[in-house]
Write a protein that binds this ligand. Structure first.
Ligand code: HEC
Length: 452
């Protein structure tokens, strides 16, 4: 038996060596041009932000605009920093909604093109143009039309510099009936996007005496996030008579490369909601879905997260449910020292651990809710354990680190740290869980049969 394994190992090493040589050869001989392949990649993946009125610092809409930036483009693309969607290739679930990553092939093409001197190519060919959404429009406007409800925070002015600021206040939803949310997006208006570090919304509902009580979270926003879309057959509820509690954290002057260092007048953050029809609950009896932060260690009340000067730390948390669930999205949260995160599921019944998501180059300037494709969203049996890990680098090697000589503690300010992950969870029962497992298996079997 042992010999067999060794032979297998040898065979795969030979195969790998052969493959690597083939790759090296193909990228050495293949010539890339802007008008050939590269313009298409940049138009499809970069121009949406790198255009007039977009949030990127320069425009990348033509060869003349792209050419001077080629070396920096190569660096940012090769480091997986641009497009700004850090989520590891090849580890865990790869089918995500709203995934901005370039394919490994496109990354290799850009790297090779710059190595070849970033040529234009045939001047008679134009790379295909793309239809770009209006940069001020809502993410889901194209899919679902204008939002059914927009709730705006109360305007405040933010100075050009100074300490972190918070505003916390209530705004009434005006709903006279419970509604199920189909999609939600939080957006700072205009210039505010550079200074709004996060804007959380939670819901309160009146009890029988008319006093407001906590109901749960509506959604979460942190810099760079584009929104959340609920999967089919679930209800994230905004109840009748509810009010929304805004908790907005601002960083005067801005954070990172988006910093503008100016006064922002009338800073307003809006939450836009797209609802299912009014009779959605009665007609479909959906499962409840909610979004909430899952803490690592004991939460920030206990100040357990401590990172020494010029040092590192790592936190982990565990969570299990007394009923089956589906994980719909995952969004790690931390600040300037946090640089990596992962989510795994441990199955006590088999002793197996499954990797779900990993972000090895996490950066606080971009927070993404990684929305799992409905066919891949983890179905978690009762008692399985979510294992949530986050890593922190307080050394000078971390480009976001404002001061490696500080002790860093858990806290709310941008210069403090946090350690939790926002996870959207559909709460199933045994029947619903088994149905989803069976549906998925049937789909996989069909796909396999189709491959014959
Ligand atoms: C979602 C919007 C968005 C997309 C998509 C995007 N960028 Fe960016 N880009 C930004 C923002 C904002 C910055 C400045 C902040 C930062 O560096 O994170 C930036 C910075 C850069 C920089 C560094 C500029 C400097 O002066 O340091 C380069 C180079 C770059 N982008 C290239 C690209 C390329 C190439 C793509 C596509 C493959 C791309 N970007 C896609 C928003 C975007």
């Amino acid at each position: 038996m042992r010999t067999n394994y060794n032979l297998l190992g040898l065979a795969s090493i030979l195969f790998l060596t052969f493959q690597t040589q083939a790759l090296a050869q193909s990228s050495a001989t293949e010539q890339f041009t802007y008008n050939g392949e590269i313009g298409r990649i940049i138009n499809e993946n970069c121009v949406v932000c790198h255009r007039e009125g977009g949030i990127g610092p320069m425009q990348l809409g033509s060869y003349d605009q792209v050419r001077p930036w080629a070396p920096l483009i190569q660096l940012r693309v090769a480091n997986l920093e641009m497009p700004p969607y850090a989520y590891d290739h090849g580890i865990g679930i790869q089918e995500l909604e709203g995934d901005w990553r370039l394919s490994p092939d496109d990354i290799d093409s850009i790297v090779a093109w710059v190595n070849q001197g970033s040529p234009l190519g045939d001047p008679d060919i134009q790379p295909p143009a793309v239809d770009l959404p209006d940069p001020t429009a809502w993410t889901f406007a194209e899919k679902f039309g204008e939002p059914d409800l927009v709730i705006a925070s109360v305007a405040i002015d933010i100075p050009a510099d100074g300490n972190d600021l918070w505003t916390k206040h209530y705004v009434y939803s005006g709903l006279t009936q419970d509604r199920c949310i189909k999609a939600v997006q939080v957006k700072p208006r205009g210039d505010a996007k550079a200074v709004v570090h996060h804007a959380n919304t939670d819901i309160q509902v009146p009890n029988e005496d008319g006093e407001f009580e906590d109901y749960g979270y509506l959604t979460e926003y942190a810099m760079g996030k584009w929104g959340e879309q609920m999967p089919e057959g679930v209800c994230r509820t905004l109840p009748k008579g509810s009010r929304v509690h805004w908790d907005i954290h601002m960083f005067p002057g801005g954070v990172g490369a988006m910093a503008q260092g100016q006064v922002i007048k009338d800073n307003v953050v809006e939450v836009a909601l797209w609802f299912h029809d009014e009779d959605f609950i009665a007609e479909t009896q959906p499962y409840k879905q909610d979004l909430r932060p899952y803490m690592m260690r004991d939460g920030y009340e206990n100040n357990h997260l401590i990172i020494p000067p010029n040092g590192y730390t790592m936190t982990q948390g565990f969570h299990s449910f007394d009923h089956p669930v589906r994980l719909d999205s995952y969004q790690p949260h931390g600040h300037l020292r946090m640089n990596a995160a992962s989510l795994e599921i441990f199955y006590p019944a088999t002793g197996r651990t499954e990797q779900i998501s990993q972000i090895s180059k996490w950066s606080a300037t971009w927070h993404h809710s990684h929305i799992y494709h409905p066919d891949e969203a983890p179905l978690v049996p009762t008692g399985a354990v979510l294992v949530i890990k986050q890593w922190y680098d307080n050394t000078a090697a971390n480009p976001n680190n404002p001061d490696p000589d500080q002790w860093v503690y858990e806290g709310s300010r941008t210069g403090d740290e946090m350690s939790h992950a926002w996870i959207a969870v559909t709460h199933l029962d045994d029947e619903g869980y088994e149905r989803l497992v069976a549906e998925r298996k049937a789909k996989e079997d069909r796909a396999l049969a189709g491959n014959d």
